[in-house]
Design a protein around this ligand. Structure first.
Ligand code: BEZ
Length: 211
């Protein structure tokens, strides 16, 4: 069954390039991003894995662990790592799950047979410290992901988890945000001391509260 926002991210035990992973234990109290790629030794995947590795510091800065997955074997992952380092300039610095029996891919509905018969598509699951799924993204094999977009939505999720706000279209960290409709104007005056602008009663903008 498809995983929906707000569901508890299914737990599993799997082998990875960093040894056995018990997923919930591995996540600990941190945010987590589980993402799949279709296949080792393929071009788009090689660029993606290198880019996630190059930006790992940005995920660390957001208290977020990242972990990749495909239905390839551990031997395949280990052999491919050298190509990622060689061609993308950054060595793999996070675990890659070897899901050759498709346990995790099935649990997370990462195989979409009408797109790719037996391989995982480019799924992304962002999981909060409460182990609940906060955001999902799904891309076909032909479209590589954008790390800036993954970081952007992570910033929004982390901000909106802590404050009664939502982020508008094309929002990026540091831009004004929308005050939640559940907050009255009176409450907003104390909750958002930098002030707010009411463009409409339902559309009240305020400077990002954690900046
Ligand atoms: C790629 O990463 O380039 C790729 C992987 C699987 C199918 C097609 C393309």
């Amino acid at each position: 069954m498809a995983i929906r926002l707000g569901d508890i991210a299914p737990d599993f035990t799997a082998s990875s390039t960093d040894g056995e992973i018990r997923f919930h234990d591995w996540l600990g109290e941190q945010w987590g991003i589980l993402f799949s790629h279709p296949k080792d030794f393929t071009p788009v995947c090689t660029t993606e894995l290198g880019a996630f590795a190059a930006r790992k510091g940005d995920f660390d800065a957001r208290n977020t662990k990242i972990i990749g997955l495909s239905v390839d074997s551990l031997e395949s992952h280990d052999a491919w790592k050298g190509d990622i380092a060689e061609t993308q300039g950054t060595a793999l610095n996070f675990p890659l799950i070897a899901d050759d029996d498709r346990t995790v891919a099935t649990l997370y509905d990462m195989i979409h047979p009408n797109e790719l018969e037996t391989l995982t598509v480019r799924s992304v699951f962002i999981i909060g410290p409460d182990k609940k799924v906060k955001l999902t993204l799904t891309y076909p094999a032909s479209t590589g992901r954008n790390i800036d977009e993954v970081l952007r939505v992570l910033d929004s999720l982390q901000l909106t988890a802590g404050y009664s706000v939502a982020t508008p279209v094309n929002w990026t960290d540091g831009k004004d945000v929308i005050i939640s409709g559940a907050v009255s104007d009176e409450e907003a005056k104390t909750k958002f001391p930098k002030g707010f602008t009411a463009l409409k009663p339902y559309l009240r903008m305020t400077p990002q509260p954690n900046k």
